[in-house]
Each structure stands twice: as structure tokens, then as C-alpha cells.
Write a protein of this length. Structure first.
Length: 160
């Protein structure tokens, strides 16, 4: 799903893997993350916010690229923000997720680590300021953010 909302407020957007949304003050963005990573971008005054739910940091050369792939998701977010009149490089970023969902099997590097590293490196490359991140570990994360509030709420549930 790619959504570029109108100026109505109070909408709730529940993002599933591969979704990208751009919304306005008063709208709520929710997602549940395991090894996936969510990037949230907002203008400095928190009037517009965008979120993507990245599944794959590495693109396959022979596969059709979708917003489940990190580079396509991030480019789509940037495009949606530009349509609203905001330069992505002037936005602030929050990055969450990248958990190890199988700690008994993946004791070193795992897909969550790869996704988290990609997100931080891509934002740094694009000169987007990351003001908060909660990444890695053996946890699922529920992210909820009402655009206009100071920061997203993140709840972590440990995986045994």
C-alpha cells in the first residue's frame, strides 16, 4: 500500500510489511516489527509524517522491486514528502526494528541486523538526521505515532 493522504486528520494507518504512507498532523501511524525496519520521517514542525515498513534491505536483480525493498520504500517516502512540499533532507528520522526473531538459531549476524544497518547507512548517505533509533536485540516492536506528538511510542516484547 502506498498512501498519500489528503488534509483530513484523525486517520489511522496500520502499516503491514512493504507499506509506505505519508500523512498529516493528527493522523496515527502504527506497525508491528520483527526483523523488519520502520523508518519514520517528519518535518521539523511535525505537520507531516511518512513511514515505511521495510522487509528486504537487499534487492534482487532479477525480481520486480516493490516497496517491501528498502531502496524502493525510501525513494517512495521521499517522493511523497516532496509532493507535500517538504525536502526529505530537512526532515528528522526515527528508525525502529531489526530484531533477531530466532536467537537460538542466529547467534551472530541476522536479517534484522542487515536491515537496521541498511536503514542507518542510507539515511546518513542522504544526509537525513536520525534523532532516535531502537534497533536490534531479541524483540518485536510495536510502533505507534500520532503525527504532531513529540516522538513515536515504541513497545518492545522480548523473544525467548
Amino acid at each position: 500500500m502506498i498512501a498519500d493522504t489528503d488534509t483530513a486528520t484523525g486517520c489511522v494507518h496500520i502499516l503491514h510489511p512493504g507499506d509506505v504512507v505519508c500523512a498529516h498532523r493528527g493522523d496515527r501511524l502504527d506497525t508491528l516489527l520483527g526483523s523488519c525496519v520502520a523508518i519514520l520521517l517528519t518535518d521539523p514542525h511535525h505537520t507531516v509524517g511518512a513511514m515505511c515498513h521495510i522487509v528486504h534491505s537487499n534487492a534482487r536483480s532479477n525480481a520486480r522491486q516493490t516497496t517491501a525493498h528498502a531502496s524502493t520504500a525510501l525513494a517512495t517516502m521521499y517522493q511523497l514528502l516532496r509532493r507535500q512540499g517538504f525536502a526529505p533532507q530537512l526532515c528528522k528520522a526515527y528508525v525502529y526494528g531489526g530484531g533477531n526473531m530466532f536467537p537460538a538459531l542466529a547467534t551472530t549476524s541476522h536479517v534484522g541486523d542487515v536491515n537496521a544497518s541498511w536503514a542507518l547507512q542510507a539515511l546518513q548517505h542522504d544526509r537525513v538526521d536520525v534523532i532516535e533509533h531502537d534497533l536490534g536485540g531479541n524483540a518485536y516492536r510495536r510502533v505507534a505515532w500520532t503525527i504532531g506528538s513529540t516522538r513515536p511510542k515504541v513497545e518492545a516484547v522480548r523473544v525467548n
